[in-house]
Design a protein. Sequence first.
Length: 143
Amino acid sequence: MSKKLTQQIKELALKHRTFVSYIVVCVIVTVADVLVCRALEVYAGFKDKPEIANIFGNIAGFLLQFVLSRQVFLKQNIKTFAIYLSTFVFGIFFAAGIVYFFRHIIFDGINTRPAFIISKLASIVIPFFLLYFMRKKLIERFG
């Protein structure tokens, strides 16, 4: 990689530091979320209720994300927590709906690893951008 390209990447990362930091936090949170969700499905009897396992994975992810994201948005007050909590509630039902749609409608209730991976991936990727922009705007305005 050339020095010029490396410099351009650094400048872009600095310009969008909040978004890049949010992505890093979300990757960490996603790993925790997926591990909790899959463990509940496989070991805790939620095999027939993947959307419930997804909710518990989301709750674990929310708690971790709030703690880590306080450094991203540089806000640490009750208003910021209220914004995170309200967008989390919206996001958890949105993600559960995505899981339900994929697992019960697209995959017709088939409980395979690919069905899990695809539905979980969709429930992570689709809400990611929506929640980031919602939180960013709400924290800028009210946080």
